[in-house]
Design a protein around this ligand. Sequence first.
Ligand code: FMN
Ligand code: SF4
Length: 396
Amino acid sequence: MSTRNPILFNDIPAESGLRRALEMHPLDIVAEVRASGLKGRGGAGFPTAMKWQLAAAAEGATKYVVCNADEGEPGTFKDRVLLSDFADLVFEGMTIASLAIGATGGIVYLRGEYTYLVAHLESVLARRRQANLLGNDILGRKDWNFDIVIHLGSGAYVCGEETALIESLEGHRGEPRNRPPFPVNTGYMGRPTIVNNVETLCLAARVLARGATWFRQYGTHASTGSKLFSVSGDCAKPGVYELPMGITIADLLVEVGGLGAKAVQVGGASGHCVPSRLFDRTLAFEDAPTGGSIIIFGQQRDMLAVARNFMEFFVDESCGQCTPCRYGNSVLLDGIERLEKGTCSIRHLNELKALGETMELASKCGLGQSAPKAFLSIIEHFHDEVLGREPPHFAA
Ligand SMILES: Cc1cc2nc3c(=O)[nH]c(=O)nc-3n(C[C@H](O)[C@H](O)[C@H](O)COP(=O)(O)O)c2cc1C
Ligand code: SF4
């Protein structure tokens, strides 16, 4: 069994998932996705079938399928590859989802920086309308009416969070909503809405094409199928890799020419930093999960500079709605500056750790909840390096 490119980057015939779905009852489509064990690839790993089932069961004649193509996590660029090279597969997945939940409208929320992809995506959509893969009575199935529009994102990282994304789609400032209610009941324009990552939708199309059993042969029991990894940093072959879920960090480093690394940041700025002695950890929901970002740090890297880089990002990107995140990120950044100058006492460092843990618990959305992770993992695993700075010498 090949371990590279098993599911997405292969030559399964176009539209085979859609043609199979055409013959199925919507409940059976959801059942097939459930049997596959597919979990969302946008980061949180929510079971895709459960989301689809809840939206299918929600009251309302108007429902939406939203493809989250905001791709704002630092170090992530795999959705861009799917959108540019596999756009048909993305739209196929959205169209299958529309049948499963009974949606008539589809929206791709496209990262603002990917504006250059709009013309390509529109031309693929036009071709699909011509082929009756979109529109009314799709492929002759009566009352299967569904079309897709592209909506350009607003440029803020938090707009990738699904409720902020919906706010942004509705023309409001992109700020996370309180939950409940959840988008599956009260989403875009107050209608039942599923928000799925680009890769999740592509995988769902493959599940329909080849079946749940075939899909489950890849990955682990709790993390089935493959994962796209956006690999960057200190390695010989950066790029986008499709590998089975559950691969160890060590094996991934062999694939990408990253042997000898000092640490790997798993999950981008909002993920955590894994030191070399833990490279036997697996990239899977049950161990070291990632939405796809893998950043490799060679031996020469200054880990405090890494922490500073991520924390500056969060200070910039916090939407400011809740105090733990708005205030906490600035205090952590200030702590890093003190560490750099060698003026951070052990007592203050312990306060920073406690603050980070409070942010994880008390922030309103995933941005603030995950913002301290990189910092906390770096001070845990690189304690000596981080504390080893000489304090400034003052003239007597
Ligand atoms: C700050 C923040 C940014 C996010 N950015 C993205 C993103 O760019 N793309 C994405 O698919 N999910 C992103 N998510 C996760 C979404 O909220 C949501 O869980 C995901 O789109 C659900 O799709 P899935 O079930 O297919 O993973 C982000 C979450 C947070 C908290
Ligand atoms: S955690 Fe941060 S980004 Fe999320 S709502 Fe609070 S301030 Fe905004």
